[in-house]
Design a protein around this ligand. Structure first.
Ligand code: PEP
Ligand code: MG
Length: 581
């Protein structure tokens, strides 16, 4: 009988494929090919992991009370001896050098070879030594995996996830990117919400995805074929053949819809009453620029630069960042590129554990985004220099995330000014009139938008965080997903306040949170006076369709009535009018 499971659909599309369950406790070891220049660093990484495991074992050994059975000490001593033995300390290094692969894979190769020898032994005692090998190898693997080497990746050799539906308790944005390279068909996670960064990334990578499906790993079976409907949030296990046919045709329809939308790419987004609307793209990876160009966006409204910092141990150096920004500019052929300065922290953790956020009770309320950058000039200043240098080569705007007061903007402006002076002294070109905008994501910034306008050249409303903070719901906590409501009157009041503040100060106001890319809200936002929308490229065509069919002049009085409404029922009635207009 078919088993139907319901989660939260966060990225549209249908997938039909075998399940691959990721258990956090069992280590997933993949093979990566390394460039010549990374081999030495990889050997050092292996040696460091080995040294750390030895240190831990010695520490444990010293903690064993002297009256304890000597067996336990002997057990640890055996492991220490194994760590010194060339079969584990030297052979994996030769494998790294010969195969030019990652340390995890080299160690796994050697482990498999050793285990095979033990398995063939007749002596039951010696066969138990196999478990010791596994214990020691697992400890080293854990150390290695906690200091990932993904930045060495040239390409992923093993395509073991290709066509599979990944089922996990949670996936980090970094995992999601890596898996997309492996051609996964869809993913399902037990936790997470619709505006978590992993969900946003799934949409931008075009991977059907469902989050918040509790106990998925227990209810689904490895390798069984399932159907995933990323729009409805439905998973069907053991589907009947007519269901498979139904979803296959749905998959084809989706494909046709995408093709149809591509055809509208060159039509400008102008409302029926002649208002020109800017439709920009949110990008995370350089590949997104290609997608957005194919879909006809007017430049980039949000470049989430933190993805340049993911899957690597150290921050990308200034020159590398500069080259990336220039590369994006090249692709944009003169269209605007809005670069958001680093928004690390909360559910976007990178940087090789440099900022250990695990011990923070409320990471979303902690040292993240602009707060973290202001505290850590080693991360921030190279990025500012890279952006400013790139600004000499095209149209760039700087956008600051998570602003909560004017003082922060003043401080950043001072830092930007001093970087500019430094560049001028060095004879390096930059755009002296570069626009500096702020994201309105903290309710305080929305309420006080008019005062922030004094120091900013444009505003962009980040509804993902603004809704999280206004409604006090953690965007990655699936237990409170149901409270996520962009149409909550308090949220709409804040958005209206920001748009009005921008209009009064005569500075542009954009929206770049997920709300801007949901065609359900387009009419209302137009009526509220929004003229610039930035979204994941896949949403552009649908939003454009609504814009082409909307008459803003007629809608405006309804928006005014909605925002002045004091009765819940009346509010709902007025909202309905926007969807049926
Ligand atoms: C937002 O908060 O709405 C936003 C666009 O930023 P991010 O999703 O990257 O936090
Ligand atoms: Mg945000």
């Amino acid at each position: 009988m078919t088993l139907s499971l319901q989660g939260t659909g966060v990225s549209n599309g249908v997938a039909i494929g075998p399940v691959h369950i990721l258990q956090r406790d069992s280590l997933e070891i993949l093979e990566y090919a390394l460039g010549e220049e990374f081999i030495e660093a990889e050997v050092t990484r292996f040696q460091r992991a080995l040294a750390l495991v030895k240190e831990q074992l010695r520490f444990v050994r010293n903690k064993i009370p002297s009256h304890t059975q000597s067996d336990i000490t002997a057990f640890i001593d055996t492991h220490l001896l194994m760590l010194d033995d060339s079969t584990l300390s030297k052979v994996p290094i030769s494998i790294i050098l010969e195969r030019r692969c990652n340390a995890e894979w080299a160690l796994k190769t050697q482990r498999d070879a050793l285990v095979k020898v033990f398995d063939e032994m007749n002596d039951p005692y010696l066969r138990t030594r196999r478990d010791d090998i596994d214990h020691v190898v697992t400890s080293i693997q854990r150390e290695l995996l906690s200091s990932p080497m993904y930045h060495h990746v040239n390409h992923i050799q093993e395509q073991r996830f290709s066509g599979h539906v990944i089922v996990a308790d949670d996936l980090s944005p970094a995992d999601t990117v890596l898996m997309q390279h492996q051609g996964i068909a869809a993913f399902i996670t037990e936790s997470g919400g619709p505006t978590s960064h992993t969900a946003i990334l799934a949409r931008s990578l075009n991977i059907p995805a469902i989050v918040g499906l509790h106990h998925a790993r227990h209810m689904l079976i490895d390798f069984e074929t399932i159907i995933v409907d990323g729009q409805q949030g439905v998973v069907l296990a053991k589907p009947e053949s007519n269901m498979v046919q139904h979803y296959q045709s749905k998959k084809r329809e989706n494909q046709q819809l995408i093709e149809r939308h591509k055809q509208s790419r060159d039509i400008p987004a102008v409302t029926k009453d002649g208002k020109k609307i800017a439709l920009r793209a949110n990008i995370e990876l350089i590949e997104d620029v290609i997608a957005m160009k194919a879909l006809g966006a007017n430049g980039v409204g949000l470049f989430r630069t933190e993805y340049l910092f993911m899957n690597r141990e150290t921050s990308p150096p200034e020159q590398e960042q500069f080259e990336t920004y220039c590369q994006v500019l090249d692709e944009l052929d003169g269209q605007v590129l809005t670069i958001r300065t680093l928004d690390l922290g909360a559910d976007k953790q990178v940087d090789g554990g440099r900022h250990d956020l695990n011990n923070i009770t409320n990471p979303a309320l902690g040292l993240r985004a602009i707060r973290l950058c202001l505290q850590d000039p080693d991360i921030f200043l190279p990025q500012l220099r890279a952006i400013l240098r790139a600004s000499a080569h095209g149209s760039i705007r700087i956008m600051l995330p998570m602003i909560s007061n004017a003082q922060e903007v003043i401080q950043i402006r001072q830092q930007i000014a001093s970087v500019c002076q430094q560049l001028a002294r060095e004879g390096i070109a930059y755009d002296p009139n570069i626009q500096i905008g702020g994201m309105v994501e903290v309710p305080a910034a929305a309420v006080n938008a008019c005062m922030l306008c004094e120091y900013l050249d444009f505003l962009s409303i980040g509804t993902n965080d603004l809704i999280q903070y206004t409604l006090a719901i953690d965007r990655i906590d699936d237990e409170v997903n149901y409270l996520y409501d962009p149409l909550n009157p308090a949220v709409l009041t804040l958005i209206a306040n920001v748009i009005n503040a921008g209009n009064k100060a005569n500075i542009p106001v954009a929206m770049c949170g997920e709300m801007a890319g949901d065609a359900m809200f387009t009419r209302l936002l137009l009526a509220m006076g929004l003229k610039e929308f930035s979204m994941h490229p896949n949403a552009l065509a649908e939003v454009k369709e609504v814009i082409l069919n909307s008459d803003v002049t007629r809608l405006q009085p309804k928006a005014e009535a909605l925002l002045n409404c004091t009765s819940h029922n009346q509010f709902q009635d007025l909202l309905d009018q926007f969807s049926h207009h």
